[in-house]
Design a protein around this ligand. Sequence first.
Ligand SMILES: Nc1ncnc2c1ncn2[C@@H]1O[C@H](COP(=O)(O)OP(=O)(O)O)[C@@H](O)[C@H]1O
Ligand SMILES: O=C(OP(=O)(O)O)[C@H](O)COP(=O)(O)O
Length: 408
Amino acid sequence: MLLNEVLNQLPNINKCLEKGKILIIRIDINSPIINGKIIDDYRIRAHSYTLRLASDAGARAVVLAHQGRPGQDDFTSLEVHKPYIEKYLERPIKFVDDIIGPEARRQIKELKDGEILLLENVRMLSEEVIEKVPEAQAETMLVKKLAPLADYYVFDGFAVAHRSQPSVVGFPMVMPSCMGPVFEKELRALSVVFEKRGKGVVLLAGGAKIPDTIKAVEQLLKNGFVEKVAFGGLVGFVFAVARYGVLNTALKQEVEKGGYLPYVERARQLLSKYGEKIEVPVDFAINQNGRIDVDVFSLAQQPLDIGKSTTMQYKEVIDQAEVAIFSGPMGYIEDERFATGTVELLRAAAKKKLILGGGHTILAAEKAGVIDKAFHVSTGGRAFISTIGGEEMPAVKALLTSAAKFRL
Ligand SMILES: Nc1ncnc2c1ncn2[C@@H]1O[C@H](COP(=O)(O)OP(=O)(O)O)[C@@H](O)[C@H]1O
Ligand SMILES: O=C(OP(=O)(O)O)[C@H](O)COP(=O)(O)O
């Protein structure tokens, strides 16, 4: 279904904003975190607007969100996010270190009009990270315990719309649901990109989420929605191994370390099918008492950025384009020395119609000073490129089912 049609069929937040009603609002405030500290709060700022709408209408908001993935360094409590939300809302909110237990449920029942209750990181529930069809997610403890306490479900977490997880697709099956303003704005921006049908569109694909990125790129190339893809970041390692063979042990080790060797074969297939449309790094930067650049065949340690020659090559690709989509940084942007490739390419892309998305990509764009020059800053990274690629988002599908079932 076309995005415009989707937008026409889904109720927007105004249908759910009623004084005294309890709303479960799923947002995505997953943010770059170092040593427990949030280093970019763009997503929190964006979703604070949604929470303000609910609070101003006198609704009682129960907020569901995640941070990181279990086992990763940035998997933290959402207590860290609370002061940021309060800063943007200019009012206090409540936080409970519980999700579905008696304390969380007691606090939900005691909410007063206009109050906002942030629940603990929903991925602390093991069932949340298992993807299943919406009907199965409606049977999870999360949905069974919380849905009976609320009147409406609001889905606003565009960045997590590509996950068929309980907090995303479970609630719409059992209660009237609507889309939040961040999600709606993203869908509107996506329909503009769709109109280009790939003409003059290049994608700069980096970052650490290899499976999601490869899956999205497969779709984008298959459906002709991009003319070129230039790879960097960890996904760039996979494509470099695929293009140049496995002679280079440092690169192969990096890919192996993350368990991504099976993706080398998928990268090879893409290269053999769409070789002329795919750009792969020819050099990388490493840390040897500072940044030095080495060509791909001389690499003997972990690469931390794309090298200067690659950056030049990718700039030429951007120069030929009309629209540049940036998803995932080219290197280890948390260290200034290795943010160069990403920053330079973002600046080149900002001369075009730049669309960027993803928590770390937004952070890099802020470093590069191009946030205000972008045509669209998406709160979502892979969710954005997957949708452009033509994939139907599980969140969209679940909301459509809900709209047909509950007719708000
Ligand atoms: N060459 C590299 N070495 C180490 N880390 C890298 C490299 N390239 C990218 N990264 C890391 O990838 C992470 C961002 O990836 P990802 O979460 O996919 O991006 P986004 O949040 O923009 O979607 C950052 O922490 C960044 O440091
Ligand atoms: O940051 C996110 O996605 P992104 O890195 O593609 O922008 C979302 O919060 C989804 O997180 P996930 O990829 O751990 O499911």
